[in-house]
Design a protein around this ligand. Structure first.
Ligand code: DX5
Ligand code: ZN
Length: 226
């Protein structure tokens, strides 16, 4: 199943609700919610009050990406604020196994993210635990960056490794995904596609519909594993 997750970081926050509605008219599956603390990444975005408002506004899955040092400190608050999926960075979370288990104990799904420079081998101990692996395709911290081609091989290697272990865990990609490179990441084995600029710049409904229609083709053809 290929999933479309617009990243609201790229939206115009003065009309966030309207723009989310426009995306929903185009058929998105999730909303991706980028939390940045200015420590793990050199940027600050938004947090719990905004998530609570967004939660009241949409019934879509809220896919929260914590680009935060020691994210374990905030798991309870983000799940209570409405996160359906909570993804923490392997590089930022020392008690990773306990944090994933805690997210599950709260009834949410748990993702583990790795930066472009982090090897997929660090994910292996969590294969049976995590619901999703996020392979960052830009350095985290900013929207509107260029896709890092070197990440395609990582996506492919991770999908092959999961297949070898009989797992169809979701692989999410995030950063610089456009109409020109989306089929490259789909063919490599990614199936949860985050896009900010490619959705929220220009015709939001039209952009969302374009990708939603494309992903339906993949879902029917089964060309993407899992
Ligand atoms: C970057 C964020 C991404 C970003 C995607 O740190 O994690 O979700 O908002 O935006 P685009 O699709 O514009 O690269
Ligand atoms: Zn993100």
């Amino acid at each position: 199943m290929v999933i479309l997750a617009p990243s609201i970081l790229a939206s115009d926050f003065t009309v966030l609700g309207e723009q989310m509605k426009q995306a929903e008219e185009g058929g998105n599956d999730y909303f991706h919610f980028d939390v940045m603390d200015g420590m793990f990444v050199p940027n600050i975005s938004f947090g719990l009050p905004v998530l609570k408002s967004v939660r009241r506004f949409t019934s879509k899955t809220l896919d929260v990406h914590l680009m935060v040092e020691q994210p374990e400190r905030y798991v309870d608050k983000f799940v209570r604020a409405g996160a359906d999926i909570l993804t923490v960075h392997q590089e930022a979370c020392a008690p990773l196994k306990e944090t994933i288990e805690h997210i599950h104990s709260l009834g949410a799904r748990a993702g583990i993210a790795i930066k472009p420079g982090t090897d997929i081998d660090v994910l292996r101990p969590y294969y049976a635990l995590a619901d999703m692996f996020l392979v960052m395709t830009v350095e985290p911290g900013f929207g509107g960056q260029k896709y890092m081609d070197v990440c395609t091989g990582k996506i492919k290697a991770l999908r092959e490794s999961l297949d070898e272990n009989g797992l169809d865990t979701d692989i999410q990609v995030d950063g610089g995904i456009t109409r020109d490179n989306v089929e490259e990441v789909l063919s490599a084995g990614a199936n949860v596609i985050v896009m900010g600029s490619s959705i929220f710049k220009g015709d939001i409904t039209g952009n969302t519909r374009y990708f939603s229609e494309l992903f339906k083709k993949y879902n029917c053809s089964g060309r993407v594993s899992s």
